[in-house]
Design a protein around this ligand. Structure first.
Ligand SMILES: [Zn+2]
Length: 251
């Protein structure tokens, strides 16, 4: 059974994390990166037994000062398990009015990731130019380039090209299986093999044929199968390369 790495899963206080991990392992999902984004998500990610990303997402701008002050301590206290800062980023679809504050919160956490030499897990929606603007403004002091992933990618091949130019990986969720997602599938064919990742973004975005159910990491198999089909490669090969890419970035 090919091994898969779900690079983006959220957990809540009510989730039976052990049962979710066990169901994932049964279908070959051997690695799961638990993703934070606010106080509760960060705490829940730390309740899992695996690797985690910790950070404060674009809906946390009202807490920006406290969040940024708290994050270094939280990371330091869990350093052995922290694989990335995230999820962080920008969303002009739901909350365009807070975009300037989102940019500031995003930039501060990019700078922290740079300082700690950690990769970043980035959300971006309807904010292509703003995202590139912030990425280009942060003065990288450590290494030549920040590593990271744009998660649950829904953008064009053109935007993907700009992110690839900046060294980013691109991760696809169940959206790639949805009927109307032709542009997303074009991007999933476009991203080079060494920059491609898969994820669920659970509990959201269950892929076809499970759409509408509460998503969990085991479902990433369906997403990976669809991407393999789109790229015309065997499922086993797609699983092997995305898992290797994820291990290289997140351990
Ligand atoms: Zn997410």
């Amino acid at each position: 059974m090919p091994e898969l790495y779900d690079t983006h899963a959220h957990f809540g206080a009510e989730d039976d994390v052990d049962a979710i991990f066990a169901r994932a392992a049964e279908v070959g999902v051997s690695h799961i990166l638990a993703i934070g984004g606010d106080d509760e998500l960060n705490r829940s990610a730390l309740r899992t037994s695996g690797r985690v990303a910790l950070g404060f997402d674009r809906d946390q701008t009202s807490l920006a000062a406290e969040a940024c002050a708290a994050l270094p301590g939280l990371v330091a206290a869990n350093r052995a398990r922290v694989a990335a800062i995230g999820e962080i980023g920008l969303d002009a679809h739901y909350t365009p009015e807070t975009l300037p504050a989102q940019c500031s919160l995003f930039a501060q956490q990019l700078a922290l990731a740079d300082e700690l030499a950690l990769p970043v897990v980035v959300h971006t929606r309807e904010a292509d130019d703003a995202t590139l603007g912030v990425l280009d403004e942060v003065p990288w002091r450590h290494g030549d380039r920040l590593r990271g992933v744009i998660h649950s990618y829904t953008g064009s091949t053109r935007f993907a090209g700009r992110l690839l130019d900046r060294g980013f990986c691109v991760s696809f969720s169940g959206i790639v299986t949805f009927k109307r997602s032709d542009e997303v599938r074009a991007s999933a064919r476009y991203v080079p093999a060494d920059r491609l990742l898969v994820e669920t973004d659970s509990p959201f975005l269950a892929p076809e044929p499970l759409r509408g159910r509460r998503c969990e990491p085991a479902f990433v198999v369906h997403t990976a199968r669809r991407i393999a089909e789109e790229r015309g490669v065997p499922f086993e090969a797609l699983a092997a390369l995305t898992t290797a890419n994820a291990l290289a970035m997140f351990g």
